[in-house]
Design a protein around this ligand. Structure first.
Ligand SMILES: C[S@@+](CC[C@H](N)C(=O)[O-])C[C@H]1O[C@@H](n2cnc3c(N)ncnc32)[C@H](O)[C@@H]1O
Length: 285
């Protein structure tokens, strides 16, 4: 006897039309610059179903109506939080931290004689914090080697408020330390009952703030180095070009820009010199 199952497949739980997808994709683009092509339809569905359940909605049509309604602005923030991809880890693309340590910071110590160096680094899409904490730990190691005082700070920003809240706690599972260099594990973290917490002296070097890379930037810089990694891949060429131009203007002369492993500044090559895999140095002023 054949058995008929009445269970709905996950994709049938909430009706989701092409028009709903377009409404959501347009709003996401407008508010974050993230391009959601048709191939992202299933991803959008699965990332938003939890939101629909929480709001007790039955269809994506209802969700779109809510997004365009009176409390729409508030919901857009939850929409963006659900859509962003926040994958990151400590010392991801470790050659960037090696370069920051041995080239950028070493040069600053060498060339700032008789004065306290002032160094500013921006982690421009910091996600859950592993990137800015890796920068701060690298800086701490550099300062220990130099044996001198300095004024060092990291600005860490992201559009997604939920990842920023997590970043600010500085709490991670112990397994997250896999790629942290051995010496920095000891000095950078303290054990907790559920994992580890970033040491207070590392945390004190970082300011976390919400910032949309497409919106106004309240800070003036200039930065010695900017980490803008694994975020431009979500943008179209026009958004990326404008962003790179703005990053250029916030860097010090000869400042450094680190981009993600599958990103490049091919179209903006005249503004930067490629100095290693995904490592760029500002040219001009
Ligand atoms: C894949 S994570 C990259 C994290 C880290 N930079 C790294 O490389 O490991 C991409 C981050 O970009 C953020 N993001 C996406 N669009 C943004 C925007 N318009 N402004 C600021 N951050 C954005 C997301 O919230 C997400 O946390």
């Amino acid at each position: 006897m054949s058995m008929r199952t009445t269970a709905l497949s996950p994709a049938d739980e909430f009706p989701f039309t092409q028009a709903d997808f377009k409404t959501i994709a347009d709003l996401v683009y407008e508010h974050s610059g993230i391009v959601l092509g048709d191939h992202k339809r299933d991803m959008v569905y699965s990332r938003l179903t939890r939101r629909l359940r929480a709001l007790r909605l039955r269809t994506f049509r209802e969700y779109c109506t809510l997004l365009h309604g009176r409390s729409g602005e508030e919901e857009i923030s939850s929409l963006i939080n659900a859509i962003t991809t926040n994958l990151t880890k400590f010392f991801r693309e470790s050659h960037h931290f090696e370069h920051l340590h041995k080239t950028v910071l070493a040069h600053i110590w060498r060339t700032t004689i008789g004065a306290k160096p002032r160094v500013r680094v921006w982690s421009a899409a910091c996600s859950t914090g592993e990137e800015p904490y890796s920068i701060a730990m690298t800086a701490m190691a550099s300062r220990r080697e130099a044996g001198r005082e300095w004024d060092f700070r990291v600005l860490a920003t992201d559009l997604d408020t939920s990842v920023l809240n997590k970043a600010m706690t500085g709490a991670y599972p112990a397994a997250a330390l896999e790629d942290v260099p051995a010496g920095m594990r000891e000095s950078g973290f303290a054990p907790t009952p559920s994992g580890v917490r970033v040491a207070p002296d590392i945390q004190a070097l970082i300011t976390f703030k919400q910032l949309n890379l497409l919106g106004p930037w309240p800070m003036r810089g200039p930065f010695d180095a900017i980490f803008c990694r694994n975020v431009m891949i979500y943008f179209d060429a026009e958004t990326k070009a404008k962003l790179v131009e703005r990053l250029h203007s916030l860097l010090k002369p000869d400042g450094w820009l680190y981009v993600g492993h599958s990103e490049s500044l091919l179209e903006q090559q005249h503004r930067f010199r490629l100095c290693g895999h995904t490592i760029y140095q500002k040219t001009g002023s």
